[in-house]
Design a protein around this ligand. Structure first.
Ligand code: NAP
Length: 540
């Protein structure tokens, strides 16, 4: 080891929701740990995504940390689905309350990590030239932290402002009177469009494939309601822990075909007016697995879109025809469909009239040129594996992790991967985070990592590696979790689709997330950890 390199027993990478909780758990145990964050401040997702309309689509009180009663008593969530500035304030409040900032190093972007078998340490090299060594590394890199841009001729010639939503500037972006173009209608684009439609001069939406979307139904939380929520916190977290989705919404178990059609419709009418993911997570389980049931709910939601969008031709363009409801990650919307009733909002179907190029003054499709002052790219992320792929991780014998994961991630419970000893992941590929309420799954994940690390440090164990057989069995379990779900036929990040990432364009199934639900994941994971860390080769 070079004397100039700084050494810590544990290094956590990433100061988002996962990294903050991980550093809290480890510093409470007195572990020699620091956290490295590439940005100039903490917050992860909630630090970066500053676009208008950015907010939770988890009920706020199910999203916050559950570990401290005092924290739960002190924090007032002002809205059922809290907005980005408030979420960032919350994370800063947590970090300041528990004095965690002193364990964090900012502007510390890790560019490479190399396993040193002889010393059983990781060597981390930073963009700023610093180097660190650590016995153990916990990557909390974020499943949606590697934004992707399309490759369109002339993009760099545009003379107005343009950026990906992930890079929305901190300083206010003038919108009033501006001609704005937006590419992308995923959860992000749908939030932006609903928010800015009445604030810009003209808004042109360039849509390739529409997404199903249903109302968020946000509302303020008064002091009195918050006081009531505080009395229910134990129950709320117990409910979330018991459901597949990690929310309070329980799937309806009456059986789709046992309930008469008229009753199903009345049930959906209620769910459509209920807040958050109720219509997805609180629906009949069959809508996920049974083509006929899925068609029926899809027709129901299509009917809602037709009722909300005045122009029938526009309504048809906004209704997905290539996939059913719930087969891709459902965006939740606020006045999204009503935006298209405004005279200043225009929908361009770029599957019919593709974008030919970006010009200095706007976007040219095969049919027309649209003059623009601002182009917003809401074009998504190299999800789940992207943040790991771009970090040059070399394991045993110098093998690059991105090569091992070329055809899709291979992990043990999404938290370790064979050939990369002493590396742990929070919300990693094939964990439960992707398909459930993130923080609920993250807490299970962090508690597991903390337990293994505590065991290793207390017993002088210096090399921990996921066993190959255990990893193969977990990958099979993840594949099985997709088998019955219609979403395996969709094209979304849940199946590893991204048209802008080489090798991910076809929507080929890469099994990036465990789909068996948060409750089942937690039970399997805890069983393995309680069974003497089954599946992990632990050496002194
Ligand atoms: P996304 O769901 O991947 O959507 C990207 C959009 O950009 C799609 O409409 C896609 O069209 C379009 N697009 C991409 N490349 C394009 C190209 N070359 N030409 C034309 N269109 C292109 O990304 P996202 O909306 O950022 O959402 C990602 C995830 O972030 C969500 O699924 C969700 O998990 C998370 N998120 C969460 C919240 C929240 O919790 N409140 C809010 C926002 C996002 P195609 O479908 O045709 O590829």
């Amino acid at each position: 080891m070079s004397k100039n390199d700084r050494y810590h027993d544990v290094i956590v990478i990433g100061a988002g929701v996962g990294g903050i909780y991980q550093i809290k758990r480890l510093t409470d145990l007195g572990v020699d740990v620091i956290l490295l964050e590439g940005e100039e401040d903490l917050g992860g997702t909630w630090y970066r995504n500053r676009y208008p309309g950015c907010r939770f689509d988890s009920e706020s009180y199910t999203y916050g940390y559950s570990f401290s009663k005092q924290l739960l008593d002190e924090w007032h969530w002002k809205e059922r689905f809290s907005s980005q500035p408030e979420n960032l304030k919350y994370l800063n409040f947590v970090v300041d309350k528990f004095s965690l900032r002193r364990h964090m190093r900012f502007n510390a972007y890790v560019e490479s990590m190399t396993w040193q078998e002889q010393d059983r340490v990781w060597l981390l090299k930073l963009r700023n030239g610093d180097a660190y060594r650590a016995r153990f590394v916990v990557g909390s890199l974020g499943p949606l932290s590697a934004p992707t841009l399309p490759e369109i001729e002339g993009m760099d010639t545009f003379e107005g402002d343009s950026f990906h939503t992930f890079w929305w500037p901190e300083e206010p972006v003038p919108l009033e009177g501006k001609r704005v173009g937006i590419i992308g209608t995923g959860a992000t684009g749908i939030q932006v469009i609903g928010e800015i439609a009445d604030k810009v001069g003209e808004l042109t939406v360039f849509q390739r494939r529409p997404n199903w979307s249903s109302p968020l139904n946000n509302s303020p939380i008064s002091e009195a309601e918050m006081a009531e929520i505080r009395t229910r916190y134990d129950e709320i977290f117990a409910n979330c822990a018991a459901t597949p989705s990690g929310f309070e919404h329980l799937p309806d178990r009456r059986g789709f075909w046992n309930v008469p059609r008229a009753e199903r419709i009345a049930f959906w009418d209620r769910l459509y007016e209920t807040s958050g993911f109720a219509i997805l997570a609180g629906n009949f389980a069959e809508i996920y697995t049974d083509e006929a049931a899925n068609r029926e709910i899809s027709d129901y939601i299509a009917g809602r879109i037709r009722r909300r969008v005045h122009d029938p031709e526009t309504a048809e363009k906004l209704i997905p025809k290539d996939h059913g409801f719930g087969m891709q990650r459902l965006p939740l919307e606020t006045h999204y469909f009503e935006a298209y009733n405004r005279d200043n909002v225009h929908l361009v179907d770029i599957s019919a009239t593709p974008i030919a190029r970006i010009t200095p003054t706007g976007i040219e499709t095969s049919e027309a040129h649209y003059d623009l002052d601002l182009i917003i790219y809401a074009t998504g992320f190299d999800a789940v594996t992207g943040a790991y792929d771009r970090l040059d991780i070399r394991g045993v014998d110098g093998a690059p992790l991105r090569d091992k994961w070329r055809d899709g991630p291979l992990t043990y419970f999404g938290f370790m991967t064979h050939g990369y000893p002493n590396l742990f992941m929070i919300a990693g590929p094939q964990s439960a985070s992707g398909a459930s309420n993130f923080p609920r799954a993250i807490e299970v994940n962090v508690d597991g990592v903390t337990g293994v690390l505590q065991h290793a440090l207390a017993n002088g164990c210096t090399r921990l590696e996921a066993e190959l057989d255990a990893e193969r069995a977990w990958v099979k379990e993840v594949e099985r979790s997709y088998a019955k779900l219609l979403l395996r036929k969709g094209k979304g990040w849940f199946v590893g689709y991204n048209s802008n990432v080489k090798g991910h364009e076809s929507g080929r199934n890469r099994f990036p997330a465990y789909q068996g639900g948060g409750a089942r994941f937690a039970s399997l994971f805890r069983d393995a950890m309680n069974d003497n860390y089954r599946g992990i080769d632990i050496r002194n």
